[in-house]
Design a protein around this ligand. Sequence first.
Ligand SMILES: CC[C@H](O)CC(=O)C(=O)O
Ligand SMILES: [Mn+2]
Length: 340
Amino acid sequence: MTSKQNKVLLTEVALRDGSHALSHQYTVDQVAAIAKALNDANMPYIEVAHGDGLAGSSLQYGLSKTNEFELIEAAVSVADRAKIAVLLLPGIGTVKELKQAASLGAKMARIATHVTEADVSAQHIYAAKELGMETVGFLMMSHTAQPEKIVEQAKLMETYGADIVYVVDSAGALLPNQVRARIRAMKQHLSVEIGFHAHNNLSLAMANTLAAIEEGATRIDGSVRCLGAGAGNTQTEVLVAVLERMGIETGVDLYKMMDLAEDVIAPMLPVPQEITKGSLVLGYAGVYSSFALHAQRAAAKFNLDARDILIELGKRKVVGGQEDMIVDVAAELAKAKTFA
Ligand SMILES: CC[C@H](O)CC(=O)C(=O)O
Ligand SMILES: [Mn+2]
């Protein structure tokens, strides 16, 4: 592979995306220890928040064990080099939480919307810029939109003031050629930096990340030991090693990342992060991981295979917030089975 880039900036997302995998049970001590190790490894950005972003702690999305502002404060207190980033989904979090995060020392705001709904990010991007934060537009479920649509939506975020716009493969459903087409189109039509966030449900997180970098993405997310939703993200310490071998600079210390992964993260995991049939089907169906548990419950209730429900949901292009459709789809499939 020949890459045009010789430098990328990494964002470690295990303290936010990994919160999904740990049912939002992070403690202050864990966050302080992990953020310190990441800071010492020279990780440029460390994202800290509930898995669903600021104010995500709720019965619907899962209650956090620890108030996320305490976690942000703990991370800021140990990070003398790294910048602490927060994620915000308009509708879940508000400008109020963004201001609170900024007042505690968060320096980057990542404003996430469904890939076709960038217009709801305007107010939050403006607010983040006014707070002096580096601001990212984060286009989730990017596999559900064609490159032209993504360019249109990314341009909106650019117009609102975003410094960087990300293609986010929330379901881990994109194939490398689809990543290439999306990043290439954005590079052609946008002036801001382009980022890429992968999930490993089809075992393509690394390949997709390298494809994104080759097409010009300069901001890349990873999670140490794959600690993210579903099968996790691009495994950060592996990415650092691969990029080093490719002559692409990250500035991140490989040995320190390896030690963090092995000595701190691995013992914390309830089960090792691997591609189970549950995460594989999410990537195959193109459905976000928060639907998996609900689909399993509906499958038990209607005596169905959860995979059939998820695949049907993928065909219907469900988006986060449409979890109520799961039972409707299960009921329809059960009815069709009865009359087959
Ligand atoms: C629900 C927010 C989501 O976890 C953001 C993200 O990381 C993604 O869409 O992949
Ligand atoms: Mn993610």
